[in-house]
Structure formats: structure tokens, C-alpha cells
Design a protein around this ligand. Sequence first.
Ligand code: SF4
Length: 285
Amino acid sequence: MKINLAESAGFCFGVKRALKIALELARSGEKVEMLGDIVHNEDVVEGLKKAGLSKIKKLGPGKGKTLLIRAHGACMATINLANQLKYKIVDATCPMVKEIHRIVTDMEYKGSRIIIIGDKNHDEVHGIAGQITGKAIIIDPQKPIPLKEIRGIEKAAAVVQSTQQIEKTLEVAGKLERLIKTFEFFNTICTPTTLKQQEIKVMPLENDVMIIIGSKKSANTKRLFEIARKLNKKTYWIESKGELKFQWFKGARSVGIASGASTPDSTTREIIETIEKQQRVLNSP
Ligand code: SF4
């Protein structure tokens, strides 16, 4: 059985950058706290904790401590509170998320109501909404447009959570364009996500089985799974090698492997090695 690994598999540059910053801080000997998970991957977070970084749920007294802002960014209220509490802040927000922050701040200043196309429970979306002084309208592309909220808006600008699916996003943007007199749309889906989504539209059609690797908390992994599953019913989403099942590969000539932006290469490697080992056992006389 042939194993085909997606070219775009593994950490995106935003995650790599955030981890590099985190590890440098750990080595510096500073007392560093991360508010929540730096990226949505339990193994990575555990690794950083071992390196000496602590994960906190709430900000506390910050004197003598460094607060690491994660790749998804944070809202202004958190930054302001951290400053008041005397934290030293190190910002590992992905530059692509920073660009979304810049757009919403600028468009609000120019008088537009801000719309975010994304998942209202995701940290990145909270961070974007928390850059502006007004209340952002958050539209989940999986749900109907909240017409009540949109009605009466004359001028609006929409941005997108960086890991959203392009087709659904464009559908929402098209509907908003018809409903709002002056409407500007900024496609802020990031480049690594676009590349991953392009590959995932082809791989499930070219392989008998698809394995998607990544944390169940990871939004971009979830979307990879959803796209792949629609194209190939034999698509499985796993976090680690222990979840692999022999029977998935029965009769398969090829397996495609894709992983989310916060999945370490080491996890993907372990999974590939386990599949190879299983195949050797099956094929041994
Ligand atoms: S998925 Fe995109 S926006 Fe998010 S950290 Fe990676 S590069 Fe940045």
C-alpha cells in the first residue's frame, strides 16, 4: 500500500514562529506564562510546559513575569489588563492574524460595522472582535445569516477567520453583498490554510483511504476532515498512532495523509511508521 503525505502537512509558519519564540523564552530562564494553549495541540503544549513555561487560565500578578501571546492573538482587553498587572508582554501572534487586526481597526475607524466570518467560540475570532471598540457581528458560515442583526446596516466590512473554508466563506460574503449597501470583503484566509485546502480537495479522490492528523480542538484540522470526508467516506481523523485501526486499510492500494497546521511532524512520522509496521505484519508469510 502506498502512503502519500500531503506536501502542506504539518506546522504552518505562524505556529513555527510562535513555538520558536516560546522555546527561546523558555531557554532565557524568564518566568513565562501562556494564557491558554499557544497552539491547539496537546503534545506541543505539554512539551512547552516541560521546557518550563506555565499555562494559566486567568491573569494574576504579573511583576517579574512574561506573558506570551499565542499565535491566534488576544483581545485588547487582555493586553491592557496584562499591562496593568505589570506583565512583560511577548507577542507571538501570527503576522497573518495581526493583519486581520489591522484591517478591522482601520475599517471601524472609517465608519464600517465589522463582520467576522468564523466560529464565535474560537480564540482567534475573540481576539479579532476584541480589537475594536464596537461590537463585531460574528457569522458562522455553517449557519444561516443572522438577518435581524444585519438589517439596517448601511456600511460594513467583513474579514474571515484565517482557517475558514473558502467556498462557504464566499457564499456568506455574496449574501452580505446583496444585503448591505456599502460592503467591503477582505479574504483573510491565510496562505498555509489555502494550500492545505487545495491539496485536500484532490488527495481524497486519489487515495483509497485518508487519514487526517490533528487535535480535536484544532479548527483547521476539523475543516480538512470535513472536506476530505465529503470526497471519500473512508476518511478518519486521529490525534495519535494509538487510534489507528488495522481494518481501515483492508484492500486499500493507497492512503493519503494530511495534517493540521498545529500537528507536529513527529506525530505524523509516528503514524506513518505505525501504518508501515502494520502493513509489514499483514504481508508477512
Ligand atoms: S493557520 Fe495561518 S493564521 Fe493561523 S497561525 Fe498558521 S499561518 Fe498563521
